[in-house]
Design a protein around this ligand. Structure first.
Ligand code: FES
Length: 107
């Protein structure tokens, strides 16, 4: 039960088109929610390099390019894969329940 409480509805199915990304704010937390060929992934919404919003970046396949200095992250793992970013972005487990997209957020 305690575990269940960590799952938070962050969007509805249909809010994020396929092969696209939207920004979601949950409390103080800014997330990027991706739909990659029908599978949803949630990551931190702000780049680890400077204060840029990843949902405004350029998504190609499963790589998001930061809009500010073109750093690259692998969406499913959050791995920093292209300079100048060197720190990975946080990723959060996602599941779909009925029409809701839920993410498991710490704290
Ligand atoms: S702010 Fe994202 S690469 Fe610089």
């Amino acid at each position: 039960m305690g575990d269940e409480q960590a799952w938070t509805e962050i969007a509805r199915v249909g809010d994020v088109p396929e092969d696209d990304v939207i920004e979601v704010t949950v409390g103080e937390r800014c997330l990027a929610l991706f739909n990659l060929r029908g599978t949803y992934f949630a990551t931190a919404g702000i780049c680890t390099h400077a204060h840029a919003r990843l949902a405004e970046g350029y998504l190609q396949d499963d790589i998001i390019e930061c809009p500010l200095h073109q750093g690259l992250f692998h969406v499913p793992t959050g791995k920093a894969v292209g300079a100048p970013v060197s720190r990975d972005i946080e990723t959060f487990p996602v599941r779909v329940e009925g029409g809701a997209i839920l993410a498991r957020l710490p704290g």
